[in-house]
Design a protein around this ligand. Structure first.
Ligand code: PEP
Ligand code: MN
Length: 345
C-alpha cells in the first residue's frame, strides 16, 4: 500500500480479496503496510487490485505456469519417446543423443543420415519434413512424402522419429507418422499450434523462441500441458544476441535455470545455436557439463549438397569426436546412457 493509505483503504482491499474466497495477511511496517494474498490467482486478476485506492503496486510471487512448474511437482520428469516396448527416455538420470539431417531430402539421404546417427550412438532420429524457412523461396520440405520416408527409415533402423510441425492443420498427419512432434523456434508462441500439439497424444519437443525469455518459453509449454499432455521436452537452441560470429548464442544458463523452476526435461541443440560445425562438439561438451538431459545434432552424408543447414552438419571425424564425447562425458556428471534404458518405460 502507498505510505498515505488509510486504515479504510487497507480494510477495503482485504474485503475485496476475501470476497472472492482469498485470504489477506496484513503486515504493518513503520511507513508502509503490505498485504499478502493467498488463493486463486485468476480470481485476484479480476479484482484489478492496482486500481483500488491506496494500492501502490502488486507483485506476483508464485510462478505463472502451474503444470510445468516444480512448485507442485518437485521430482523432475522423464519423457519416453517411441513405440511400446522400444521407448527411449529423456530425463534427469540419463543422457539422450538425438541426431539426423536438418531436412528429409530423399529416402537414400535420410536412411544414410540415420545410419550415421545410429553408429554414432544416437537413439532418436531427427529430420524435418516441413521446414519453417525464413525465406519463402527456400526449400520448404517434402511434406507428407517426407513423413513417409521418416516412418520407413524409423522402421528400418528401429529409431523413433522427431519431426517438426509448422501448421496446426498438419498435426494429425505428423502425429500419425512420427513418435514426437517438434515445435520450432519460429512457432514457439503460435498458441493454436501449441494447443493442437497438446491434443495430438504424442510427446512434444518445444524449442525456445529465439527472442523468448525463459518464462515465456515455460508459458508456451504450459499451453501444451494444459491440453493434458505433460510429455514435453524443452530444447535450448540459441537466442539472438548482438554477436554475429555465431548464428545464435547458446544460452547454457537456461539449462540449470529451467531445471530449477520446471520439472520438464531439457536438451540442447548446438547445431542450430552455432550454425557452424566446428562449434558443435565443444558446445555439446558444455551442454553435458551444465546438466542437459540430451543433445540434438544435425548430421548429413554430404553437407555440400544439403538443401538446408549444410554448414552445421557433422560427418566423418567430427561425428566420431561427438560420439566419443557423448559416450564418455555423461558418466562424469552422474548420468547413465539412455540407450541402456530403451524399452523400460
Ligand atoms: C530444426 O531443428 O530443424 C529447426 C528449424 O530448428 P529451429 O526451430 O531451432 O531453428
Ligand atoms: Mn535446420
Amino acid at each position: 500500500m502507498s505510505p498515505d493509505a488509510t486504515a479504510e483503504d487497507v480494510a477495503h482491499v482485504v474485503e475485496k480479496v476475501e470476497g472472492v474466497g482469498g485470504e489477506a495477511f496484513v503486515s504493518k511496517g513503520v511507513v508502509r503496510t503490505i498485504i499478502g494474498l493467498v488463493g486463486d490467482l485468476e480470481s485476484f486478476h479480476h479484482l484489478n487490485l492496482r486500481t483500488l485506492k491506496g494500492v501502490a503496486d502488486v507483485h506476483r510471487i508464485s510462478d505463472p505456469y502451474k503444470l510445468v512448474s516444480r512448485q507442485h511437482h518437485a521430482d523432475r520428469s522423464t519423457v519416453w519417446v517411441g513405440k511400446e516396448g522400444k521407448r527411449v527416455p529423456i530425463g534427469p538420470d540419463t543422457f539422450t543423443f538425438l541426431a539426423g539431417p536438418c531436412a528429409v531430402e530423399s529416402a537414400e539421404q535420410t536412411l544414410e543420415a540415420a545410419r550415421m546417427a545410429q553408429s554414432a550412438g544416437a537413439t532418436i532420429l531427427r529430420g524435418g519434413a516441413y521446414k519453417p524457412r525464413t525465406s519463402p523461396y527456400a526449400f520448404q520440405g517434402l511434406g507428407v512424402k517426407g513423413l513417409e520416408i521418416l516412418a520407413d527409415v524409423s522402421a528400418a533402423t528401429g529409431l523413433p522419429v522427431v519431426t517438426e510441425v509448422v501448421d496446426a492443420r498438419d498435426v494429425p498427419v505428423v502425429a500419425e507418422h512420427a513418435d514426437m512432434l517438434q515445435i520450432g523456434t519460429r512457432n514457439m508462441a503460435n498458441f493454436g499450434l501449441l494447443q493442437a500439439a497438446g491434443d495430438a497424444g504424442k510427446p512434444v519437443l518445444l524449442k525456445r523462441g529465439m527472442t523468448a525469455t525463459i518464462e515465456e518459453w515455460l508459458m508456451a509449454a504450459e499451453y501444451i500441458a494444459q491440453r493434458g499432455n505433460l510429455d514435453v521436452v524443452l530444447c535450448e537452441r540459441g537466442i539472438r544476441t548482438f554477436e554475429p560470429a555465431t548464428r545464435n548464442t547458446l544460452d547454457v544458463s537456461a539449462v540449470p535455470v529451467v531445471q530449477a523452476t520446471s520439472h520438464l526435461p531439457i536438451i540442447i541443440d548446438p547445431s542450430h545455436a552455432a550454425g557452424r560445425k566446428d562449434l558443435v562438439v565443444p558446445l555439446s561438451r558444455a551442454g553435458i557439463a551444465v546438466g542437459a538431459d540430451g543433445v540434438i545434432v544435425d548430421v548429413h552424408p554430404d553437407p555440400e549438397t544439403a538443401l538446408c543447414d549444410g554448414p552445421q552438419a557433422l560427418l566423418g571425424a567430427d561425428l566420431r569426436e561427438l560420439a566419443q564425447a557423448v559416450r564418455r562425458l555423461p558418466e562424469a556428471v552422474g548420468r547413465a546412457q539412455a540407450h541402456d534404458f530403451v524399452g523400460r518405460g
